[in-house]
Design a protein around this ligand. Sequence first.
Ligand SMILES: [Fe+2]
Length: 250
Amino acid sequence: MTNALEQLLREITSQPALENDFYRRWMSESIRIEELEIFARNYGAWVKSFPDALATLIAATDDLDAKGEYVKTLYSEMGYGNPRKAHSVLLDDFFKELARKLGEGGRLNRDRLERDVELLSSTRELIEGERELYGDAQMSFGAQLALEWQAYTMLRKLYDGARNYLPLWSNPDEFHEACEYFYTHIGAAEKDHKEESLNAVRRYARDEESLARIVEGYHRHLKLISDFWQGLYRAVTELAAKSSAATGEA
Ligand SMILES: [Fe+2]
């Protein structure tokens, strides 16, 4: 029954959610502080909203084993109970350090970005759409499967791009300390979550109909994620075009 899903998962890395212009740009060069603001504002909002989406998923799931798997994922997202290690906080710490190294201390702080930088509509759609999918007793299994299976590649690519800034740190050890957000994901966490989400699906895909709903949730979530990266790429590219036009005029 789950063969169709396993086939989808094998092909996930070539999906536009995982292979897109934003990642290409992010990995190929260091982007400027104005562009980083858009990235940090939007990606930061998604990361911060994720535990709440997981809570919806847990509430919508009847199956006790699946519920337990999702609880483990949520617990790890929240830093195993240590608020300073919650993933959104680790991400904030990275941006805080990066801004400081760029000589722009405070500029990528979450409070400031939430106040001054508008959220893109594609980000809002991802956050709301994700929560909606996670609230659906069947589609949620596929939606969570998509999220967890794209996450390792996403974090690996974001980390690869973050390394473009490594020369800003005079002490490379401190760069790695600032990268804790990435390391917790490309270490054990995401590998475990992949298995946990697949275990949940294996138990749940009992007939053709439930499998079809799971696959639908999977595709819908990937589409939201793909649109999110595309929206981010467009916003960052438009900003770069605007500022080079302004420099040209001056
Ligand atoms: Fe995370």
